[in-house]
Write a protein that binds this ligand. Structure first.
Ligand code: CA
Length: 418
């Protein structure tokens, strides 16, 4: 599919993240106004609450866009998702008869504050990138036992915390936690010394389910995707993770990009999962091209200094798709809710420069990175800003997500000191 041209001319630039082909879903406010739903188009945001009020957009008997989340809209179902997309393309396409009526409903992106686009009832994080699992497993257990025996058969996951999912731009406070140094007999409660990122994609469940669903049903139930940074306290994790997996090490914060890029916008970029190293059970098999060709990168900027790109990879490096993760999530009968967030797992590639965490990039701190500024890093230092970005590149257009960024603030004084 080529670029769909819009009368919002900034959207027609081949490198702009928000062409008419994209129409990602966010929540905005401007000074003195309430948070409401909007879609990005070029350098502007179409205020959907205003479009609904004016009658230009109508998807239900009651307004659904005058609220600070997309959950109500998602609950209307996939047919309605498709009808909104068709209507918005009509309204915003070059030559639209509605241009004069729609133009006053556009808000300059530069004047808007962006908020969490969705209420996240539950958040689950997976460990479904093979290069990441091999790297981490090699560091922790040696190359012979790098992949656990279940890894090639199920997308391994854990139930995370929805309460600490935050939108891009939110500052992240370095956590305290229980650490155990190999040099000491007893653990100690200290600020994290090995604070890290994980470059992931997040899938947003748009249709609820009860009981087991197929991979094809799971794919259809996904509304869209965001960039996701699973902030990770490696020293807390190393002490706590056996036998039930990560707990406080992942509970501080999870950042997501402000725009949900819909599955419809990503459809032209579908691609296959990698070669299967073991045959999957029937209920987890691919039902078509399951992944998307999305270039991903991470930059790091020390306080007051320019950013250095520290990793480049692609979403197609995943072993399990989000649809396979969602299907697996339901196999026990687990109900899924509208707005549930599924983290893909860290997306690393085969080369060193493709590694999606500092743990891998610095190989557990043994090989510190040198930034363009000359600073060296094994893990995140206070004041560092970490930014994820992503782009699917089409025929004369780009599908972007908006940055997923966060600055790490120093740990508080001992939070238990009175
Ligand atoms: Ca993770």
């Amino acid at each position: 599919m080529p670029l769909l041209k819009s009368w919002v001319t900034s959207a027609n630039d081949a490198n702009h993240p928000f062409p008419l082909n994209n129409l990602p879903c966010g929540v905005l406010s401007t000074q003195g106004t309430q948070e409401r739903c909007g879609v990005a188009i070029g350098d502007m945001i179409l205020d959907l609450a205003a479009a609904e009020e004016s009658g230009l957009v109508r998807v239900a008997d009651m307004p659904v866009f005058d609220v600070p989340y997309w959950n109500e809209f998602m609950e209307l179902g996939a047919d309605t998702w498709g009808r909104l997309r068709t209507r918005l393309i009509d309204l915003l396409a070059e030559g639209s008869a509605d241009q004069a009526a729609v133009a006053p409903l556009l808000v300059p992106m530069a004047d808007a504050e962006l908020h969490m686009p969705v209420v996240v009832p539950e958040y689950t994080d997976f460990y479904a990138g093979r290069h990441h699992a091999l790297n981490v497993g090699t560091m922790f257990r040696g190359p012979e036992n790098a992949l656990p025996p279940n890894w090639l058969h199920i997308p391994i996951g854990y139930n995370g915390r929805a309460s600490s999912v935050v939108v891009s731009g939110t500052d992240i406070r370095r956590p305290w936690g229980q650490l155990k140094s190999p040099d000491h007999d007893r653990p100690a409660y200290l600020p994290c010394r090995r604070f890290d990122i994980e470059l992931e994609m997040g899938a947003i469940v748009g249709t609820a389910s009860q009981g087991p669903i197929t991979v094809a049903e799971a794919d259809a139930n996904i509304f869209g995707y965001v960039l996701l940074n699973d902030w990770s306290a490696r020293d807390i994790q190393a002490w706590e993770y056996q036998p039930l997996g990560p707990f406080q090490s992942k509970a501080t914060a999870t950042s997501i990009s402000p725009w949900i890029v819909t599955r419809a916008a990503l459809e032209p970029f579908r691609c296959n999962t990698p070669e299967r190293l073991a045959e999957l059970l029937d209920h987890l098999k691919d039902c078509g091209p399951m992944l998307y060709d999305i270039d991903l990168q991470v930059t790091m900027a020390p306080a007051g200094k320019p950013a250095t790109t520290i990793a480049r990879t692609n979403y197609s490096e995943m072993y399990y798709s989000s649809a396979q993760q969602l299907a697996h999530h339901t196999t026990s009968g687990c109900p899924m809710n509208v707005g549930d967030l599924l983290g893909s797992g860290t997306i690393s590639g085969p080369e060193k420069e493709n590694r999606g965490s500092l743990l891998e990039l610095s190989w557990g701190g043994k090989e510190p990175l040198t930034l363009d500024t000359g600073d060296t890093r094994s893990f995140i230092e206070d004041g560092d800003t970490l930014t994820l970005s992503g782009a699917a590149r089409g025929d004369g257009y780009t599908i972007g997500f908006g940055d997923c960024t966060g600055t790490v603030l120093p740990a508080l004084k001992d939070p238990y000191a009175r």
